[in-house]
Each structure stands twice: as C-alpha cells, then as structure tokens.
Write a protein that binds this ligand. Structure first.
Ligand code: ATP
Length: 339
C-alpha cells in the first residue's frame, strides 16, 4: 500500500517559488492500479518522482507498506528504492544493449549471478510477451515493445510498487493496449501496486481501480473509479462515462416526456434489461435520448439520458434506484420545463 500524507514540494524557478505539490494526501491500496491525472503542470510527475525517491519532498510522509520513505537515509533508503520500480517518461532504454540486456541491468547492479539472472530475465520477457525479442536492440523494437521492455526492467528487482510516468504517450491505441496489458499483469500476476501518471483517460478506463485528480498541486478528487462514476458532481466520473450529447441534460423537452433523467448503471445492470423491464413493469414509455455503454476495467458501465412518459414514471425510476441504478432526474413542471 502507498500512503501519501500532506506532501509539499516547491521549486525555485527564475527567482520565484513554484509550488508543485501543495499538501497532497492520497492512498493506493496494495495490489491496486491508481491513475494520477490532471492538467499539465498540476504536479503529477513531481508526485511520482517523490514517491520514487528521485525527488525529496519539502514536508510530508510517503509510506510504502507502512515505512515512511522520507525519513530514511543510507542503506535503508537504498533498500527502500529497490521496493519501487520506475518506468520513466519517454524512451529510457539503452540503445547499445539488447532487450534482454536492458532488463538485466538492475539485476547486474544488484550483483545477481549469471545463471540466476538469465532465468529471471527469461521470466520477465515472458511476462511482457517479448521472449522472441530477447536479442533485439531497441532501435528494432516498436515504441510499445520498448515500453514493455522498460516495464520488465522496472519489475526486475521484484518491487512491491511500480510507478509509470506517461507510459503510453506517443503510442497509437493498439500499441497502448499492449503496454496496459503488461501493467495490468504486473498487478494481477505479481500483486504489485501500480501508480500510473497519465493524460490519457483510456488508461484510466482500461486498468485503473482508483484515480486521483491533481490540480495546481492539490488532490481535487480521489477514490475508486467505480464509486466516482456513480457520484453526482464528480468531474472525473463524468469524463470517464459516455457523453449523453446535450448540455441541458436534465431538461424535459416541451413536447416530449414527463420526466427526463440521467441513469448510470454500473456492472451487470448496464448490459442487462433494466430499462426495458422498468418500462414494461410500470407501463411507461421509455426512450433513450443519448449516452451509451463503456467498460471500466472488466466492468460494463452505461450512462443514458432517458425520457419517460406515463403516470408511473416516478415509480419506474424509484424501482431502478432500488436495483442500484444511479438516477438524476429533473422534476416535472406543467409546461414541461425543468424546475
Ligand atoms: N525541476 C524543476 N524545477 C523547477 N520547476 C519545476 C521542476 N519540476 C517541476 N517543476 C514545476 O512544478 C510544477 C509541476 O510540474 P510537474 O511536472 O510535476 O507537473 P505535471 O502535472 O507532471 O505536468 P505535465 O503533465 O506537463 O508533465 C510545474 O509548474 C513545473 O514547471
């Protein structure tokens, strides 16, 4: 588990003080993948660099499995660093070393004997699906393959935490997917806790259990992805869900429906028959006015804008809520405008 408590970090730049982290607190449960998102300059990379012990925070604590890394020095600090694997931003492989040679680097540095090292490198290449590229040089690998080798290298010393800074930037969607599969395997097969700094919401949708949104050095939203999408007013939740198409989402149109509502379905209900069943059970006419389905990790999630007409429209919505649908609706006025 990673626990960050009230972390601050400032830089001096052109004689002025730049606050990169302004009291950041967050937690990533053991074996979870957490996406760190936010606009450029929000402090994401600084946070990752502090957790990776590449940058010393001005104040605050960073606990990995209970140990405060900020308080360590000397031998204890070096041991703690080995617990944290880092996939740096950009192309980080050594050009003059083969894929296997790059993966072997941290093992050589740790003084691991040849036969043991070769076997470990074999395991890691297998994990990232690049056994057949062992003796290939980085220039002959695709961008995605190079990143997968960088992940294998970061996992070489069996860290409990993996940090990846923009691991999919500059990759096309197909290649992105292969890198994300590897990060996901690090979590699911090795039980590693993964923190991914990213601009790409596809990364969060595809592999993140948790997400933290940074803005101007502060955490503005943080929690489980599946909780945030169900939470009214969560901006990151909105960003991760399908768009429903119109800004005046909850306004019933004058000639249309008695009730217009936004319905978020998380899990089985998203692909089930909840909406048609509500319609037939309560004798209401139900039209889907916008929205759609997506997947968050393995979980199907839907957001629909629906229009309901009929005397029992409210009961139909209530029934959906009782079945774990998250419903936001506008009350009905005589002229059909939202109150
Ligand atoms: N070494 C440094 N020296 C001076 N200022 C820095 C340094 N590192 C970061 N900063 C500043 O700290 C702030 C946060 O930067 P950081 O790189 O952590 O943001 P970010 O969210 O990762 O941005 P991006 O998405 O563009 O990578 C920015 O204003 C940046 O200019």
């Amino acid at each position: 588990m990673i626990t960050v408590e009230n972390l601050t970090k400032s830089f001096q730049h052109n004689k002025s003080n730049v606050v990169a982290l302004d009291g950041v607190s967050m937690e990533v449960p053991a074996g979870a993948v957490c996406g760190v998102v936010g606009p450029s300059g929000a402090g994401k990379s600084t946070l990752a660099r502090c957790i990776a012990l590449l940058e010393k925070p001005d104040s605050g604590a960073i606990r990995v499995d209970g140990t405060d890394l900020v308080a360590l020095d000397g031998k204890a600090l070096r041991a703690a660093r080995r617990q944290i694997g880092v996939v740096p931003q950009g192309d980080s492989l050594l050009r003059q070393r083969t894929a296997a040679g790059n993966v072997a680097l941290p093992l050589e540095a740790a003084g691991m004997a040849g036969p043991q090292r070769r076997s470990r490198v074999g395991e890691l290449l297998d994990l990232v699906g690049l056994t057949d590229k062992a003796s290939v040089y980085p220039d002959q690998l695709s961008g995605g393959q190079r990143q997968r080798i960088a992940v294998a290298r970061a996992l070489a010393a069996k860290p409990s935490v993996l940090l990846a800074d923009e691991p999919t930037s500059a990759l096309d969607p197909g290649t992105t997917d292969s890198v994300l599969t590897v990060l996901d395997r690090a979590r699911s097969e090795l039980g590693v806790t993964v923190l991914v700094v990213t601009h790409d919401m596809a990364v969060v949708r595809r592999i993140a259990d948790d997400v933290a949104v940074l803005e101007q050095g502060r955490v503005v939203e943080h929690g489980k992805v599946l909780d945030l999408v169900a939470e009214p007013g969560s901006r990151i939740g909105e960003t991760l869900l399908p768009e429903t198409g119109q800004a005046d989402l909850l306004k019933p149109s004058k000639n249309g429906h008695d009730v217009v509502a936004e319905v978020v379905l998380v899990g089985f209900a998203a692909v089930g028959a909840l909406l048609p069943e509500a319609s037939s059970r309560f004798g209401v006419e139900l039209s889907i006015l916008g929205g759609g389905l997506t997947r968050l990790g393995e979980t199907p999630v839907a957001k629909f804008k629906v229009g309901l007409s009929g005397e029992r429209a409210e009961s139909a919505l209530k029934w959906m809520v009782e079945r774990d649908a998250h419903v936001r609706r506008a009350p009905v006025c005589v002229d059909g405008a939202a109150a």
